[in-house]
Design a protein around this ligand. Structure first.
Ligand SMILES: [Zn+2]
Ligand SMILES: [Zn+2]
Length: 141
């Protein structure tokens, strides 16, 4: 399909295809996402689980638990270490693909940013991106 979103890791061991347009796109500046991305924020391109085809065998997973005990699984390439996808036990029906792994960056259009309170001081986001100091109740991302 022409409008499928494709992507993969730095070395090419992990490739994926997502059907159609994402449900949402957002950024996260929490300390954990800064660590994992090795950068100032993480880009999450959110799809329904059923819309994502990915070779799970090439992925390794680091799981951490939030204060409520829910698991957040960070999936990365076992060869090159690229962060590729996040899954949440709380929301098993969604997949968050990491924006830096998308082939066609013109498809990226994040509309919100989480955890701006822990952002790096030099970073100023465009005002078109809705900015939250933490993780607002009710949001699924
Ligand atoms: Zn790789
Ligand atoms: Zn985060």
């Amino acid at each position: 399909m022409a409008d499928d979103l494709t992507g993969g890791c730095l070395c090419g061991a992990v490739r994926y295809r997502c059907r159609g347009e994402p449900d949402s796109q957002g950024l996260c500046q929490c300390e954990r996402c800064q660590k994992q991305s090795g950068s100032s924020f993480l880009i999450a391109v959110v799809y329904a689980e059923f819309a994502v085809e990915i070779n799970y065998a090439a992925l390794q997973t680091y799981t951490a638990y939030d204060d409520g005990g829910a698991a957040l699984n960070r999936h990365f390439c076992g060869v090159c270490g690229s962060a590729v996808m996040i899954t949440l036990d709380r929301y098993p029906e969604i997949r968050s693909m990491m924006g830096g792994t998308v082939d066609d960056k013109s498809r990226l259009n994040p509309t919100f940013c989480l955890w701006c309170s822990s952002g790096q001081p030099w970073l100023e986001l465009p005002t078109a991106i809705e900015q939250f100091p933490d993780y607002p109740d009710g949001l699924i991302a």
